[in-house]
Every structure is written in structure tokens, then in C-alpha cells.
Unconditional design. Sequence first.
Length: 182
Amino acid sequence: MADSKDVLTGLIWVYTLYALAILSVVGWFAYKITSKGEGKLIRPLFFYVWVSFLVVTGVSLHIFTYNTIPWSPMDLNRNEIKADTVFHITVENHQFRLPAKKLTVRLNQKVLFDVTTNDLTYGFGLFRQDNTMVFQMQVVPGHKNDVLWQFGETGIFDIRSTEYSGPKGAFMHEKAVVEVIE
């Protein structure tokens, strides 16, 4: 499975370049309406070719990046995948209640984080030690809230609430509670 950090870095570069190409159309348009009509005329054909190129490129980017989202194959085939480990986690009164002090997972193991709340809407996010997010989900009372994940890297991870649940929600941070080992 692709790492979310690598996917994000690649998408930042690709979409930044694409946005700059789109802005070139805006710049060209701004230049043309503010000029006095002197100089070389850029033919409308060039404009339509450039806009067509941007449309084809934009659609192609979306088709090409469709399956680079790390979790999409697991979500699409969810009913056929059995989790190797299930962690039942409760969130209540602005606190995570974990099944153990440290949740240990083996590399490439499929893990189901089943999170329940009965009082407020919370977030459940897993973060690397450099504070980059691995995944997150919203935890809503009265609904099934789970995420199936396969870890492709070893390390120690933090759990944080990623949803505003009042001022106390800012302190919902469990440090170094998930460990992925070989």
C-alpha cells in the first residue's frame, strides 16, 4: 500500500504545477484586456488549444491518481477482507479509552480500529512522530465508526482527536500508543 505521506507530496507537486498552468490562462486574459491592442495578437485558436490541454490534463490527473489513495482498494473490497487484529476503542467525556496501554501491531497486518462514542462527535486520527497524519475518521454517536488499515511502515504512532468537540478536545492526544513492529 502506498504511504499517505508520499502520495500527499506527489499530489502537492502535480496540482501546484496544474494550478500554475491554469493561472497562466488568467494571466493571459488579464494581459489581453489591459493592453492597448498593440503588438502581436494571440489567435483564439491558441487559447482554445491551451484550455483543451488543461481540461484533458485535469481529467487525466484525476484518473491517474484515483488509485493512489492508500486506503481506497481496502475500502472498495472491504466486505472481502478480514482483519487480523481488531481494537475496540471508546471515546467519551473527551478521553480515549484504549483496550491496552500500548496497541502493538505487526507490519503488513490488517487492523480494524472500531471506535465508539455515546456523547459527542469526535475525530480519531493516527499520527506519526513527525506529526504527519496516517489516517483519520469522524466518530459519530449512534453510527458504525471503524477504519481498516494495513501498516506498511514500522514505528510508533500517536492518537489524536481530529474533530472539534469543544475546548477540551484540543487535549485529546494519546502519545506513543500504537507500535508497529516487524
